[in-house]
Design a protein around this ligand. Structure first.
Ligand SMILES: NC(=O)c1ccc[n+]([C@@H]2O[C@H](COP(=O)([O-])OP(=O)(O)OC[C@H]3O[C@@H](n4cnc5c(N)ncnc54)[C@H](O)[C@@H]3O)[C@@H](O)[C@H]2O)c1
Ligand SMILES: N[C@@H](CC=O)C(=O)O
Length: 497
């Protein structure tokens, strides 16, 4: 294993590169001496090490979050929100360093990493504002001489478990909502990408977020999650990751009846109507497929094109795909970085092999050209059918599969033929088709004639086995709030009550 050792020298502020857990405002070693090596997926070089905390240390993080909760929830909401805004400012001010850390540990091209820092920061600002609007309601009373209403209260400690593909924004979309609501949090980032989370902790501290309010624990994933899910004092678990692990955490949280929010896998259909300009649609489909090298829960996984424009669409798609540059995300020419590790490359190769064995056609994609062992060259397959893995599984790789369809009813049925229900794309200008398909698609989010669909104001989330609950938007904060109903009786006669 080659040792890089150079990340801190690449940063303007080397203190953003932390190789410890962060518990109760302290940078913490693991008691048991266990640690994990973190590698740059582009080069295989070692970026650094992180400690694994032992069970008693995870419990100490819960103690810290519990102790801090009393003070944090008691702050005036504008005081909490001021600190979130200070955190937002620091994220913006340190954007370059945060992007460098992200590219080194995750592999995505530097411009995409900068984009993710902006995106992640935007949730902090959004919830700093939304925190001030956690209104209760007054209820016209059916009880004589009583006043009825509701107030919103923070649920308590929230455990936030996050994936490696968006190492910063998947944390802030949860943490900012929870902190604005008055909760304290324990973040468990993916072991592949811990340094973005630890940099967030460093900046949270500088923003005046008190010790114990924002904690980052590191460790063996199943072990840590089991403790957090079983712990009665943890009131909410918010998870972003695979459907397989999401199911597990839901099960583990049942005994303590926790609030569980799940942002899970996707298998997005990208539907192109017969009225569509095939070139325009192909450019959009390439953008929707290859972001983060296809390692995106919103990636266009099944591209469904009307038979009348199928061949032309394929030509344009192949042409645009051929123009994508694959390489190290630090190189300014690069569009697609590496996959996260070798297993991801092997999984992608298996999906392509399975499709070809079952009759798909390989239009483009030569793995001999891959610039390193964690890289996977973009692949275009046509003639994809429902018995293939590329249809049924979330590919999480730059493998595009195209299928032709005959009419709207058939494409609705095809698009819904999956256990997933996160996001769908629809390209057509026919308003009646838009309305019909948009309503019939069994997805939490439908983007019509747009690749971009996310951002702070929208309720992000899926149905079916893509998740529970919503993040962002005006409802994202509700995942961290309880509604308390009150009935004030014996008030005497109050007119209009
Ligand atoms: N819906 C969304 O908003 C969204 C966003 C980003 C990623 N994702 C999904 O995340 C997945 C990719 O991320 P990933 O590979 O990091 O997912 P993953 O489920 O393997 O890991 C996610 C988190 O769970 C932890 N984990 C892994 N195994 C565990 C176990 N047995 N018990 C407890 N915790 C465990 C990991 O360490 C990590 O912190 C894809 O399915 C993608 O669609 C969804
Ligand atoms: N692109 C998604 C993350 C999915 O992997 C988002 O915007 O949240």
């Amino acid at each position: 294993m080659k040792l890089s050792g150079s990340l801190s020298t690449m940063l303007e502020d080397p203190r953003l590169f932390r190789q410890y857990a962060y518990v109760d405002g302290r940078w913490t070693h693991g008691n048991g001496g266990r640690e994990e090596v973190v590698q740059d997926p582009a080069t295989g070089e070692v970026i650094g090490h992180i400690p694994w905390l032992e069970a008693d240390q995870i419990c100490m993080a819960v103690d810290a979050a519990e102790a801090a909760f009393a003070h944090w929830r008691a702050l005036r909401v504008d005081e909490r929100c001021e600190r979130l805004l200070a955190w937002y400012d620091l994220l913006q001010a340190n954007r370059e360093d945060l992007a460098t850390i992200m590219t080194l540990e995750q592999g995505k091209p530097l411009p995409d990493a900068r984009g993710e820092v902006e995106y992640g920061a935007s949730f902090v600002r959004w919830f700093a504002e939304e925190g001030k609007r956690t209104f209760g309601e007054t209820i016209p009373s059916h009880i004589p001489n009583a006043a009825l209403g509701t107030i919103k209260e923070p649920v308590g400690i929230a455990a936030l478990i996050t994936p490696w593909n968006f190492p910063l924004a998947m944390i802030t979309r949860k943490a900012a909502a929870a902190l604005a609501a008055g909760c304290t949090v324990i973040v468990k980032p993916a072991g592949e990408t811990p340094y973005s989370a630890l940099a967030l902790a460093e900046l949270a501290e500088r923003a005046g977020i008190p010790a114990g309010v924002f904690n980052v624990v590191l460790g063996e994933p199943a072990e840590v999650s089991k403790i957090l899910c079983a712990e009665e004092r943890v009131k909410a678990v918010s998870f972003t990751g695979s459907t397989r692990v999401g199911r597990l955490l839901l099960e583990q949280s049942a005994n303590t009846v926790k609030r569980v929010s799940l942002e899970l896998g996707g298998n997005a259909p990208f539907i192109v109507g017969p009225d569509m300009d095939p070139r325009e649609a192909a450019l959009a489909a390439v953008a929707a497929k290859f972001q983060t090298a296809g390692q995106d829960c919103l990636a266009a996984d099944r591209i469904l094109v009307h038979e009348s424009i199928h061949d032309e669409f394929v030509e344009h798609f192949a042409e645009r795909m051929a123009a994508l540059t694959v390489g190290n995300g630090l190189d300014s020419e690069v569009d697609l970085g590496p996959l996260i590790h070798r297993q991801a490359v092997e999984k992608a190769a298996g999906i392509v092999e399975d499709a070809l064995a079952k009759g798909a056609t390989l239009v483009a994609g030569d793995q001999q050209e891959a610039p390193g062992e964690n890289f996977f060259m973009p692949v275009l397959l046509t003639g994809v059918t429902r018995d293939m893995k590329v249809w049924n599984e979330e590919t999480f790789a730059p493998v595009a599969g195209i299928t032709a369809y005959e009419d709207d009813d058939q494409v609705i049925e095809m698009a819904n033929d999956t256990e997933y229900g996160l996001a769908a794309y629809l390209y057509t200008y026919d308003i009646r088709r838009i309305w019909k398909l948009m309503r019939a698609l069994e997805y939490g989010m439908v983007a019509v004639n747009s690749v971009k669909m996310t951002g702070p104001p929208v309720p992000f989330g899926g149905i079916k086995q893509s998740g529970l609950g919503r993040e962002g938007g005006v409802t994202g904060i509700d995942e961290y709030l309880d509604t308390k109903y009150y009935c004030l009786g014996a008030l005497g006669s109050v007119s209009g009550s």
